[in-house]
Design a protein around this ligand. Structure first.
Ligand SMILES: Cc1cc2nc3c(=O)[nH]c(=O)nc-3n(C[C@H](O)[C@H](O)[C@H](O)COP(=O)(O)OP(=O)(O)OC[C@H]3O[C@@H](n4cnc5c(N)ncnc54)[C@H](O)[C@@H]3O)c2cc1C
Length: 416
């Protein structure tokens, strides 16, 4: 039977574009189409990394991800961060590493990344079918019938790359999971991850809007610490954001959605132990003069944060000289500085989440090919899968790696 295409890729995001390029390079004789619901392809790449696209990280390990780490490891053994650097260099997009370990295009422009991928697809003769919302896929004899918003087409192999539900206005609205379910796959519960958190409006965050500083965040679930991490926190008008919050959000969001008793605690001095904070305050109290508490805290914190934390004390300690603090006030202060309970009331949701936690279980996929263990000729890649990385270029690395494996394998199977 002659199908319209040898390979149809559903979704033209990072993973789908990578799969198309590697499939076509593996077997240039194949006819390959990308079907995407969006009017123009690659909106998420364009907004990524603040418009600069954090393409990968200088060191990618399975511990940077949530999911089945044994299988994640097998996938990155096939296509690691160095392979990403070589690939982008070959596409004329040299990358540079920042102090944080994140890699960005030297041009600092996400558009260069997208244009390079689209140009390579064009040069290889990949068909880009935009405004093709795929609504159903059926397996008939030795081909797939793909029902989309403009009709139907057939393909010998199908690669599902429809992303998750983060930033749905870019086209990733979760509809792709239904396609996988129609074909016999399961989907775990899904939650927004790498997402800013909302604090109770009566808290002081709005007064500090725009200020960022290093902190440590601890997430406790049912009285047990499940996550502790340090990094930069950004106070905003709605609550908290910044890398450390985005990374911690997954723990708060999933535990809260599952009805657990979850609490987030802030330590403003991540480099000091509780005892060290106490010692610092005690020593400061022995100095002569009338240095106030905000002035002392401002030696290690932004001014406004220092003033706000001092005024949180009962009684308000903003004007009190540090050497007249009584022991009990010092003890309460240490508690505020090292373990302040943040009144999280929710997350900013899918419109502000960078990635999806949950998806199609990795054990339903063969990590050597990204092929479905349920339907032959079907592949699943990218954010659709139950794997999500922390901030730092890890999620794109996942998209490139899974796209590479699926593209090469789907195309090779024609030559045998
Ligand atoms: C604001 C923001 C910034 C980010 N910055 C970074 C960063 O700097 N570094 C990093 O590593 N990660 C970043 N990420 C995460 C990263 O962008 C994603 O993990 C990655 O793009 C996922 O790629 P994907 O191809 O699996 O899915 P997507 O990029 O979501 O692509 C899926 C495509 O499928 C299409 N589609 C969906 N359903 C259908 C359907 N039924 N029919 C047809 N087409 C369909 C969509 O239109 C979309 O084009 C960021 C995410 C966001 C939201």
């Amino acid at each position: 039977m002659s199908s319209d295409f040898d390979i149809a890729i559903i979704g033209g995001g990072a993973a789908g574009l990578a799969a198309a390029i590697f499939a076509s390079e593996t077997n240039p004789n194949l006819s390959i189409a990308i079907l995407d619901s969006a009017k123009s392809i690659g909106a998420k790449i364009l907004v990524s990394g603040g418009g600069r696209c954090n393409v990968t990280n200088q060191r990618v390990t399975p511990s940077d991800f949530h999911g089945n780490r044994k299988l994640i490891d097998r996938i990155f053994r096939r296509f690691d961060e160095q392979a990403t650097v070589r690939w982008f260099t070959s596409l004329d997009v040299p990358l540079q590493t920042e102090d944080t370990g994140k890699l960005f295009p030297v041009s600092n422009k996400a558009r260069m990344v997208l244009e390079a991928l689209l140009q390579r697809c064009k040069a290889l003769g990949v068909f880009l079918l935009t405004q093709h919302l795929v609504q159903g896929i059926t397996r008939e004899e030795d081909e797939f019938i793909i029902h989309h918003s403009q009709g139907t087409l057939s393909a010998k192999r199908v690669i599902l790359a429809t992303g998750g539900r983060s930033l749905p206005k870019t086209g990733s609205d979760g509809s792709g999971w239904e396609l996988a379910q129609q074909l016999g796959h399961t989907v775990t519960s899904t939650y927004p991850a790498l997402v800013p958190l909302l604090l109770d409006p009566s808290f002081f965050h709005a007064k500090l809007s725009g200020i960022s500083h290093d902190v440590m965040l601890t997430t406790n679930v049912n009285g047990r610490t499940i996550d502790r991490r340090s990094g930069s926190l950004l106070w905003t008008h709605f609550g908290i954001s910044g890398p450390v919050v985005l990374d911690a959000s997954r723990f708060w969001v999933t535990a809260s959605a599952q009805g657990e008793d979850v609490h987030l605690h802030l330590n403003c001095f991540p480099e000091l132990s509780r005892q060290a904070i106490e010692k610092w305050l005690t020593e400061a109290a022995t100095f002569p003069g009338r240095k106030t508490l905000p002035a002392l805290l401002a030696e290690r914190l932004p001014n406004r944060v220092a003033t706000t934390l001092a005024s949180l004390q009962r009684p308000d300690l903003s004007e009190v000289p540090i050497n007249s603090l009584i022991k009990e006030s010092r003890r309460n202060l240490v508690q505020t500085l090292a373990n302040l309970s943040l009144p999280v009331i929710g997350s900013r949701g899918w419109n502000f989440a960078e990635v999806t936690a949950g998806g199609i279980p990795l054990d339903e996929i063969n990590p050597g090919s990204m092929g479905s263990r349920r339907i032959s000729g079907l592949y699943v890649i990218g954010e659709m899968l139950d794997c999500d990385g922390r901030i730092g270029g890890f999620n794109f690395q996942w998209a490139w790696a899974t796209g590479y494996i699926a593209g090469c394998h789907a195309a090779r199977r024609f030559s045998s």
